[in-house]
Design a protein around this ligand. Structure first.
Ligand SMILES: [Zn+2]
Length: 397
């Protein structure tokens, strides 16, 4: 199901498959937008939840939208906030465990008096992780916030579940996500008409359904063919609980049902081996905060796998992080220097390591695209995975 394509937006085109780096709060931490463009990033993904809390989506609207505000001239995307209010709000770990846990108690969420987010059929009430103030997101509010932020691609507000939830709860959450999808389409249409002088924003629906084949296919069928107010989804995100071992199976169930002519985005997935699985099952774009987050802890990707630059083994290693990498960091600095700046807690350590990791992942997906065009994807994949040591990772910010 692998394919190449082009997504056209008012701020430029994205050649797919593509990895989209994450700048949660309208900045890729520690790296200038110019450096992100130089390393091959075609678009950046920010987060509606974080920008709503700070500085406020009205500020971005006044600034002329996200791209203008953050000095990123290319395409931008915002995640709807559904995942964030339900994960940060509830206090889940930021990194979703991709191995199914042994317990599957229906709400860790609902039973817990300490919970910070309450879901009802209308929306989600949550407590800010910044100052503890109370807020409410509904599909309509998420659409308003994302219209004000002004990214080229925005996502419908969904209820994101985890592998801990029971099947019954997954069904309820899916019904709610479908009802919210209709409300998102209606409000998106209304806001698009009301703000007709602004560039068109594409709205993507989000496919939930956890690890259940019938639920995933039903969600894909329901949202894929959904039309309301004369509006249908412009593309789709595959989200929610994704067990690493069944990632490819789940994506293929969904993509067999979704309309073929619309873009498919895999939310929060960015480990190298998972990117191959996504691409071969028809995914066009990915985002993941992992590349930059682990970089700041001195963990870097190489063709041989991941390692930590702060490890004393690299104190006198005057080779590049990855001698096959063409990034600014690898062409100008050594592992010994990187070891030194990480040990000394120098700010430049995060900058240089992030540039390398983002380049590594962006380039890997670009290489997949080229391999598809050249007809040698299978060889390229076998070559890479033969050398690369696996590490799991699913992460949205
Ligand atoms: Zn590099």
């Amino acid at each position: 199901m692998a394919r190449v394509g082009t997504i056209t937006t008012p701020h430029g085109a994205i050649q797919t498959p593509a990895f989209i780096p994450v700048g949660t709060k309208a900045t890729v931490k520690a790296v200038l937008p110019e450096a992100m463009a130089d390393l091959g990033a075609q678009a950046l993904l920010a987060n509606a939840y974080h920008l709503y809390l700070q500085p406020g989506s009205d500020v971005l609207d006044e600034a002329g939208g996200l791209a203008q505000f953050m000095n990123w001239p290319g395409p931008t995307i915002t995640d709807s906030g559904g995942f964030q209010v339900l994960s940060l709000g509830v206090g889940f770990k930021k990194v979703l465990a991709m191995d199914a846990q042994t317990f599957r108690r229906d709400d860790v969420i609902a039973d817990n008096k300490e919970r910070l987010a309450h879901v009802d059929d209308e929306g989600v009430t949550f407590k800010s992780h910044i100052d503890g103030s109370m807020h409410r997101f509904t599909p309509e509010i998420s659409m308003k916030v994302q219209h004000e932020i002004g990214a080229d691609i925005i996502f419908a507000f969904d209820e994101c579940t985890t592998l801990h939830n029971t099947r019954r709860y997954q069904e309820l959450a899916m019904d709610r996500t479908l009802a919210w999808a209709v409300r998102c389409l209606d409000e998106h249409k209304r806001l698009t008409d009301e703000r007709s002088t602004k560039p068109y924003q594409a709205l993507f629906g989000v496919i939930q359904g956890a690890q259940y084949e019938d639920l995933r296919k039903k969600a894909a069928g329901d949202l894929g063919g959904l039309e309301s107010s004369g509006q249908s989804f412009d593309g789709f995100g595959i989200g929610g609980a994704l067990d690493k071992d069944s990632l490819g199976t789940i994506v293929s169930w969904v993509n067999q049902v979704l309309p073929e002519d619309k873009p498919k985005h895999l939310l929060g997935i960015g480990a190298p081996e998972d990117l191959f699985v996504g691409v071969e099952n028809g995914i066009d774009t990915f985002d993941c905060v992992l590349a930059s987050r682990i970089a700041r802890t001195s963990a870097v990707y190489t063709m041989e796998g991941r390692f930590n630059l702060s490890n004393s083994a690299y104190k006198r290693d005057f080779t590049a992080i990855d001698d096959e990498c063409d990034c600014y960091t690898c062409t100008h600095y050594t592992r010994a220097y990187m070891h030194h700046v990480f040990r000394g807690k120098e700010i430049i350590a995060s900058t240089l390591a992030t540039i390398h990791n983002e380049r590594f992942i962006v380039r890997l997906v670009d290489q997949m695209r080229q391999a598809l065009l050249d007809g040698n994807f299978a060889d390229m994949k076998a070559d890479f995975l033969g050398r690369y040591k696996h590490r799991s990772g699913q992460s949205r910010d």
